[in-house]
Design a protein around this ligand. Structure first.
Ligand code: EPZ
Length: 415
């Protein structure tokens, strides 16, 4: 178990290069399985979730090579449609291989995925859509066994714009007869990146960025080359860290248009945020509370930015009220922030943050990827020494997290 030892109280000042998006490269890696081919992906983040996705592809018979941030995957040799429970439990995105396996082999045998504990994370919407496409899915002794003779097109409306269900159905629909029209699809930029990759490789998917997607089936992918979009949640995290510490950062390769809901909150909190030729920058000001901050599907305030921004507003003047409307238990970072002196009351889907003058160091344990990042932000803004255990949570989604912060003046020792 890894630990960060942090001596807080210094403004973060410097430049950070934003890496490729975790929540884009993971569905794209699953998509390479749909048709045998050689796929070259650039700007891939060096994070443990990518390693887990490559382990799954390798276990299915695929070959791959990693050179810097370029990953080349050869999925011609894939021959298995089964993924072990050990590989499935490492991350939620493992479930995206279900749609890809059904498209490639007409069958799949896997278990429920693992990933951050954010409350109930069922896969009922995934299965509802796959059954609509003609798949039979049964749960036997905790395993999910799915098979289909021929996936059929048609129109299906998601009851909720689930990101993962949208991605799974896009991948399965690539092998359907005719066309699938997916209504109430998620509109997150990562969906657009997946569609951009697939269309580059021969697919015909229309409606990216809208809630109605038209996926033409029966067009096998022919391999290809693609550059993954920048990670908007990594960007939001570093913006929140600079805001929390009264610093100023330049984020190279960041795409401001992908996180306008976050920058709007940080501007209302008193930060100056600008665009540069190659990214964006933030100059912190004295922070004031923002309320309400309600998480929502894109292009609302993203749930993944809730914890990092809460950490930043722990020292803002006034009362900020967060409403978590996406996940049922996504305030698990609150006790750790309170251990550092924050005044936060989490009641149901609401967290009331009463700004305090100072935070102090504490010894805490990361609960999940974004909650752990929030603890790092609070520790950087606190006076004195903090220790944050279970840093493997942060290493799932942030490449060189401690090193980037250290390059901006943070005192962090990795243990
Ligand atoms: C993706 O998770 C992201 N993960 C999450 O990021 C992100 O928080 C989430 O989308 C929302 O934007 C990846 O892309 C790998 P959902 P996903 O399906 O697909 C419920 C991070 O920190 N739901 O949109 O699991 C679900 O319980 C991670 O990078 C069902 O009820 O999110 C949740 O309440 C955390 N049934 C809501 O929908 C289903 O079948 C949103 O889930 C599926 C989802």
């Amino acid at each position: 178990m890894g630990t960060y030892q942090i001596y807080g109280g210094k403004p973060l000042c410097g430049e950070i290069s934003i890496h490729g998006a975790k929540n884009s490269v993971l569905p794209i890696l699953a998509a390479t399985l749909v048709s045998g081919g050689v796929y070259r992906l650039h700007n891939c983040p060096n994070i443990s979730d990518v390693a887990s996705a490559l382990d799954i592809l390798r276990s299915l018979g695929c070959r791959m090579e990693q050179r810097g941030d370029t990953i080349t995957v050869d999925t011609y040799p894939a021959g298995s449609a089964e993924i072990s429970a050990g590989l499935m439990k490492k991350m939620r995105a493992a479930i995206l291989f279900l749609g890809a396996l059904l498209a490639r082999f007409g069958q799949a045998r896997l278990s429920h995925p693992g990933g951050c504990v954010l409350g109930q994370r069922p896969i009922d919407l995934h299965l509802m859509g796959l059954r609509h496409l003609g798949a039979q899915c049964a749960e036997v002794d905790g395993e999910l066994i799915c098979r289909v003779e021929k996936l059929k097109g048609g129109t299906f409306a998601l009851p909720f714009p689930s990101v993962g269900a949208t991605e799974n159905l896009i991948l399965a629909a690539l092998a359907c007869e005719g066309e699938m029209i997916l209504c109430n699809a998620a509109r997150e930029p990562e969906i657009g990146d997946l569609i951009g990759f697939l269309n580059t490789c021969g697919a015909e998917i229309r409606g990216a960025g809208t809630s109605v997607l038209r996926i033409r089936g029966g067009r096998p992918l022919h391999g290809g080359e693609y550059t993954v979009m920048p990670d908007r949640m990594e960007t939001a995290t570093y913006l929140a860290a600079a805001a929390a510490t009264g610093g100023s950062v330049v984020l190279q390769n960041a795409l401001p248009c992908h996180l306008t809901a976050v920058t709007e909150v940080l501007r209302r909190a008193g930060c100056h945020i600008g665009e540069t030729k190659t990214g964006m920058c933030l100059q912190a000001g004295p922070l004031r509370a923002v309320s309400p901050i309600r998480t929502a599907p894109y292009d609302g305030f993203p749930t993944d930015a809730q914890a990092p921004v809460m950490a930043a507003l722990a020292k803002a003047r006034g009362v900020s009220i967060f409403e978590e409307a996406i996940f049922s238990d996504r305030f698990r970072h609150v006790p750790a922030l309170c251990a550092m002196g924050a005044k936060i009351r989490a009641v149901g889907a609401q967290a009331i943050v009463e700004g305090v003058e100072t935070l102090h160091g504490a010894h805490v344990t990361a609960t999940d990827l974004r909650g752990g990042a929030a603890m790092v932000i609070a520790a950087l803004a606190a006076e004195g020494e903090s220790r944050i255990d279970a840093t493997e949570h942060m290493e799932r989604g942030y490449e060189a997290f401690a090193e980037n912060l250290r390059a901006c003046g943070a005192q962090i020792i990795i243990q």
